[in-house]
Design a protein around this ligand. Structure first.
Ligand code: GLN
Length: 313
């Protein structure tokens, strides 16, 4: 039997799904050719609580590529690998107000990319992940997402190859950073690992559980296992709050008020610290590359549960 609280969460999710299902605004990403093949109708919502309850509606187990939602988690792994002091010398925490793939603020005067959630900073973080060789580094990233989701993770090879062969802008960003001394080592290897982490397949249920793990101070509430040292959860959530939605970050912080991260695969992950994680999947994106339905759903959830971090209970 479900409690009144459980029934209420389910009915909020069902209502939001019903309300926004007919919304057809936005466009499925096509700059990575393989992404354009996904159906714009897919729509799933999931909430996972910090004590391990899971509520889901719609296409909650449909697998799609994680894309940029991988960035805050790999940032956490870089922190775990090198400690805060060193990582701070390699990436800033300043929002750019620019698009995710911008090269505008990458110049010789700045010693490091602005933050770990724009592509430049994310590639820089991926480039410092420890490992004896490319396979070892990939395995460490797979293990990371296994800890956060509670199960093994696979990559979508077609999306990986599609981005690897067409991602000239990311290649340019990485080479510029090499030229400026912001990254060192093998650029092509770092890019391959970055494209691999972006092509990992998750469901919006996975995203919710990953969010719940952050909401639960780094311990996955379903497995009881730690995914990230508690001391770095704050770092991850802070940059998600200020930089997670790129040039929509300010509006998002004001209206939804939660640390979050979007991906061009149509996923959105948001965290209500101490309470629950939210995962939404709906492929059509607005012009900034954020899922249109996911923004609406998160706004609805914030309102229904007074979840904006500055809502006074
Ligand atoms: N792999 C994508 C890219 O680098 C990720 C972008 C995103 O999800 N915003 O362009």
């Amino acid at each position: 039997r479900q409690s009144a609280e459980q029934l209420r969460i389910l009915s909020v999710l069902n209502d939001l799904h019903l309300k926004y299902k007919p919304l057809t605004d936005g466009k499925v990403a096509d700059y990575i050719p393989q992404l354009a093949k996904v159906s714009p109708d897919l729509f799933g919502i999931c909430i996972a609580t910090a004590d391990g309850q899971v509520f889901e509606v719609g296409d909650y187990d449909y697998l799609f590529t994680i894309q940029s939602i991988s960035k805050p988690f790999v940032y956490g792994l870089a922190l775990e690998d090198h400690g805060r002091e060193y990582v701070r010398t390699r990436v800033g925490v300043e929002p750019t107000g620019d698009a995710f793939n911008s090269i505008i603020k990458l110049d010789e005067r700045s010693k490091r990319p602005h933050n770990p959630l724009v592509n430049a900073g994310a590639i820089a973080m991926t480039s410092i992940i420890k490992g004896t060789d490319p396979t070892d580094k990939l395995n460490r990233i797979l293990d990371l997402f296994q800890r956060y989701t509670g199960h093994g993770i696979l990559a979508d090879m077609s999306v990986f190859m599609s981005e690897r062969t067409t991602g000239h802008r990311n290649r340019a960003i990485a080479h510029l950073m090499l030229n400026f001394g912001m990254i060192d080592g093998n650029v092509d290897e770092a890019l391959d690992l970055y494209f691999q982490q972006c092509s990992l397949m998750v469901s919006c249920r996975d995203l919710a559980v990953m969010g719940a793990t952050l909401a639960n101070h780094g311990v996955n509430p379903l497995t009881g296992k730690r995914a990230i040292p508690a001391e770095y959860v704050r770092d991850i959530l802070s940059v998600m709050f200020t930089c997670g939605l790129y040039d929509y970050a300010g509006e998002w912080a004001y209206r939804i008020g939660l640390p979050a991260k979007s991906g061009v695969g149509g996923g959105m992950l948001a965290v209500v610290p101490g309470r629950f994680g939210i995962g939404v999947f709906s492929p059509p994106l607005d012009e900034r590359g954020n899922s249109v339905r996911a923004i609406k759903v998160c706004e609805g959830i914030t309102e229904a549960f007074g979840a904006h971090i500055f809502d006074v209970a």
